[in-house]
Design a protein around this ligand. Structure first.
Ligand code: ACK
Length: 955
């Protein structure tokens, strides 16, 4: 508080605090309150401020500037001289109290000076000011009074500033977040944003206001409506000549060729005259027009069949969806006496909607004139009012060869072949040269024909798909020409190979009568056979993780490595316990006290004295009475898993008691219990190197597990145990653990129970648990360790965590966390699991850091720029201190855009931090995935910096 005039504060008794004007160092007058009754004992001087409205704040901060005389410097003062004063408050809805009893005030604190001064030199204008800040939380009334109690010191109160903190109005992801006063306690408050003008919600925009007045964890976003694009936190209209069709498009685009927009904020461009846009055409596609007519039609006549061929139109209208229709007219005698051909003709493959420039027409009448009109169409032909353009071709047929055949079909089927047999025609019109068998998969006629020829009366067609229906037709070829194809017969291959089904000589069902005609089929053979009748079977693509594995005892394992054996692969789970856990005689165990509760019963500490060995401290998990057989199996499964491990960073199994009740699992005793509660109790008490040492131990244990192909699925600080030397060991290997035991596990939409905050997105989404998903969890454990047991993602709901992760949000660095460690966390949280480091690499990095602690000096929240791939070497300047745009882009594996950034004028990192998605589009980063990666990295460049400090208000 500084005020040049009369402040109107109340001082009593009157001979106590005095309001005095002094000059500050710039010679401007200012008001102070002073008291200096040091010569007399029993001072009790009060100074009370006027009423201060609370203004909705929950926590109020008071900054006091004052000077205080050192008692020793005052000559002749008695021992009652003091060097402190007290500060109090009194909450009240009433702003004109004239008297408040001393006993009604609540004490805030006793204030002592950091720097007392020894001399009062009136000429010396440079005062040694002490500044102290105190706060009061949980205020509820409309306002309050502050009071300063002097008990015999020499004080000058120079300034009192009262303020509260709020998260200031801000715009993020096109959503406006209003001023928000922080809470009295340290919780994060979720605030919903409202979309800026001309934008709409894509996903509910939310941010969290922290007690410090900073905005944290933006999730959701708004997007600019069609016709608007994002520019500097606002949605600007597209200029004339530009358009934006969908709110999901990032930026306005130039109207495509043959279209225009005369207005601002167009969501699409109008086609020029004679140009059209089909309903399904993307808005970015140029407007197009119908094609011209097909060209160069030619025909080849073979008796009563005709092959027509033509060239595509000269102008396709700008599209590539050209199709052809054929109309047929039959003209008898006078060419003007034409009628439509009717349904008797066969067009192979079709009459309408042809995509090839060739068609075979059969069943024509001999010695007849036909006119075929060929027209080309495309996706906008129907939109054009102009008549379609076509080209005509006249054709005359000749005498048909007569070759009537009766074909009998016989069959023998297997998985991939069918044998057909038939009898020759009764009255062949000439000598039979050969037979043609045409077949196709039922309903696939248009895609896949095969024509086979034989001189014999039977044929085995092989290379067929199992369990598939094929359609067969047969015709004879005589010296007079081809007969027409006979009727169809449908035959199905068997599902599995059968030795012999049916007698090949046994005639089956069908006799087909075929009327002959000569047909040229060569082009059919080329068009359809070449198009590949063998679809084959697509071999299921293997996951690269799985390729190198082989099955052993029902378990996957790497060749040559020791692999953990899942207890479920034993028919008798008790055998697994016998194989991997030592039976201990209950008389060797002394239970001392209960230390916790597990899923199956109590956890106790005690001692184990095996014959011939020294006594050791152990933890004893027991199975509570009344268990089912399944519970017993699940309980002991932890022992059969743990018993397979032997590593200093994995909790060691001493043995089991199964021969008497209660059934028990005995493990080494870890004096400091679980890591999360251990760290919470010791907040701030370890050096960074000690914390890194713990992390190294956990990573080493996890490396051992992943080398054994064991996937933990619930790696979290609560499942790490700490011994008296602060060695951390991975624990909790029960089979039902992830499903039942973990209080953090929540049901997912797919039904499984998963500890969401610790679990990789692919494991949540589709249960893809791998060592890489364990690495993600390890990153969360790193964060828990570096924040001394803070809850990951604080009070956010599980749903919000999933959404935030999906949108690229990652936990910011904990307070005082070295930049390299936060970078390593971010690496563990790569979306693509293949991009995450392996546990072996993590151990190496941590080892390097421990050998080279200077690498840990740069703190994440101080680092001007953070990014890069710390896996190469966390201490090289490249990864810990990125200074150029090129280094930054290389670091986030976006080096291919260096030129785009350079030519757009982004020369230094400080110019990059303001880039948004439209800017990225404009400079040529159009892939959404790349945009996201770059924008996340930019967000990282100033994660904490952007979390503004509280707004201070003066009263
Ligand atoms: O956090 P805590 O003290 O550590 O409380 C839990 C409790 O038992 C239930 O699991 C503690 N606990 C489990 N195993 C051990 C062990 N091997 N040594 C010491 N404490 C253990 C754990």
């Amino acid at each position: 508080m500084s005020a040049p005039g009369d402040l109107g504060w109340v001082a009593y008794p009157p001979e106590g605090w005095e309001e005095i004007s002094v000059m500050d160092e710039r010679n401007t007058p200012m008001r102070t309150y002073q008291v200096c009754n040091v010569m007399e004992a029993y001072q009790n001087n009060w100074l009370r401020t006027s009423w201060i409205p609370r203004d909705g704040a929950h926590r109020i901060y008071i900054e006091i500037k004052f000077t205080l005389r050192d008692c020793n410097s005052l000559p002749g003062v008695p021992g009652t001289c003091k060097e402190t004063f007290n500060i109090y408050y009194y909450e009240s809805n009433n702003n004109n109290l004239w008297y408040i009893k001393e006993s009604q005030y609540i004490k805030i604190d006793t204030i002592a000076a950091d720097e007392s001064f020894t001399q009062v030199d009136v000429g010396d204008r440079v005062m040694k000011l002490n500044t102290e800040v105190r706060d009061i939380g949980s205020l509820t009334k409309k306002g309050f009074y502050l009071a300063f109690q002097d008990v015999g010191a020499c004080i000058a109160l120079v300034s009192v500033r009262v303020y509260y903190k709020k998260c200031p109005l801000t715009i993020r992801n096109l959503a406006e977040f209003p001023d928000r006063v922080t809470e009295g306690d340290s919780s994060l408050v979720e605030v919903r944003g409202s979309c800026v003008n001309n934008s709409e919600e894509y996903d509910v925009p939310k941010m969290h206001c922290s007690a410090d007045g900073g905005w944290l964890v933006p999730i959701g976003r708004c997007v600019c409506k069609p016709g608007y694009e994002e520019k500097r936190d606002a949605c600007q209209p597209c200029r004339p000549g530009f358009y934006k069709a969908s709110s999901m498009d990032a930026y306005c685009m130039k109207c495509p060729p043959h279209s225009y927009s005369h207005q601002e904020s167009s969501s699409q461009c109008t086609c020029e005259k004679s140009y059209f846009r089909a309903e399904t055409d993307p808005r970015a596609m140029p407007c197009t027009r119908p094609p011209t007519a097909p060209e160069n039609p030619i025909s080849t006549t073979n008796e009563t069949s005709i092959t027509l061929e033509w060239s595509p139109p000269r102008d396709s209208g700008g599209r590539n969806d050209i199709m052809y229709n054929i109309r047929c007219k039959r003209c008898v005698g006078d060419p003007r006496k034409c009628s439509l051909c009717g349904n008797g003709l066969h067009f192979i493959p079709h009459q309408f909607g042809l995509t090839y420039t060739k068609v075979l027409v059969t069943n024509l009448l001999p010695h007849t004139n036909y006119t075929f009109d060929l027209e080309a169409l495309n996706g906008v032909s129907e939109l054009s009012p102009s008549p379609k353009q076509y080209v005509s071709i006249n054709v005359t047929t000749s005498q048909a060869a007569e070759a009537a055949v009766n074909v009998m079909l016989k069959e023998r089927k297997s998985k991939d072949s069918i044998t057909l047999a038939w009898q020759g025609p009764d009255h062949a019109n000439g000598v039979i040269v050969e037979y043609e068998v045409i077949y196709y998969e039922k309903n696939q006629k248009d895609q896949n024909y095969t024509v086979l020829k034989t001189k014999s009366n039977s044929m085995t067609v092989d290379g067929l798909k199992p369990g598939t229906i094929y359609v067969f037709r047969v015709r004879a070829h005589t010296s007079g020409g081809h007969g027409t194809y006979g009727g169809e017969i449908e035959l199905e291959t068997s599902q599995e190979d059968m030795l012999a089904i049916g007698d090949p000589n046994q005639p089956t069902i069908m006799a087909v009568s075929v009327a002959g005609g000569i047909v040229l089929l060569i082009f059919l053979v080329t068009c359809f056979v070449v198009s590949g009748r063998h679809c084959g079977y697509i071999k299921a693509k293997q996951d690269p993780d799985e390729e190198k594995m082989q099955f052993h005892h029902g378990q996957v394992r790497l060749p040559g490595s020791r692999t953990y054996v899942h207890p479920h692969t034993y028919e008798d789970p008790n055998q697994a316990v016998r194989d991997f856990a030592k039976e201990i005689d209950a008389s060797c165990i002394r239970i001392e006290r209960v230390i916790g509760a597990g899923e199956f019963g109590e956890v106790c500490s005690g001692r184990l004295k095996l014959p011939g060995k020294r006594e050791i401290y152990v933890a004893i998990k027991s199975l509570k009475a009344g268990y089912s057989e399944k519970q017993r199996r699940d309980f002991l499964s932890e022992a059969s898993i743990m018993g397979q491990f032997d590593n200093p960073n994995i909790i060691r199994l001493e043995g089991v008691v199964t021969k008497c009740k209660p059934v028990m699992i005995i493990t080494e005793y870890m004096e400091n219990g679980s890591l999360d509660s251990f760290l919470r109790k010791r907040d701030g008490q370890f050096t960074v190197i000690q914390l890194v040492g713990m992390l190294r131990g956990i990573a080493s244990g996890m490396k051992y597990l992943s080398d054994m192909n064991y996937i933990h699925r619930d790696l979290a600080a609560r499942n790490i145990l700490v011994n008296s030397n602060f060695v951390c060991k991975v624990s909790d290997f029960g089979l039902s653990r992830v499903l039942e035991d973990d209080p953090e596990a929540a049901y997912t939409t797919r039904g499984g129970k998963i500890p969401i905050r610790w679990t990789a997105p692919e494991a949540i989404a589709y249960r893809k648990f791998t060592s890489a998903s364990d690495v993600w969890s390890y990153g969360i454990v790193m964060w828990e360790v570096m924040s001394y047991g803070e809850r990951p993602y604080w009070e956010m709901s599980n749903q919000d965590v999933i959404k935030a992760i999906d949108e690229g949000y990652r936990l910011p660095a904990p307070m005082d966390c070295p930049a390299v460690l936060h970078q390593l966390m971010l690496d563990c949280w790569q979306k693509a699991r293949g991009d995450r480091p392996k546990f072996g690499q993590i151990v190496n990095i941590l080892d390097k850091l421990i050998r080279n602690p200077s690498c840990l000096k740069t703190l994440a929240n101080d680092a001007a720029c953070r990014s890069g791939n710390s896996l190469q070497d966390p201490c090289t300047p490249d990864s810990s201190a990125i200074t150029t745009v090129d280094e930054w882009l290389d670091g986030i594996k976006m080096g291919q855009y260096k030129e785009n950034f350079a030519s757009a004028g982004y020369a230094t990192l400080d110019t990059v931090v303001y880039i948004n998605s439209s800017d990225l589009c404009r400079i040529g980063v159009t892939l959404v995935g790349h945009q996201k990666r770059i924008l996340w990295s930019i967000q990282n460049l100033h994660t904490m910096a952007s979390q503004m400090h509280g707004t201070h208000i003066q009263v």
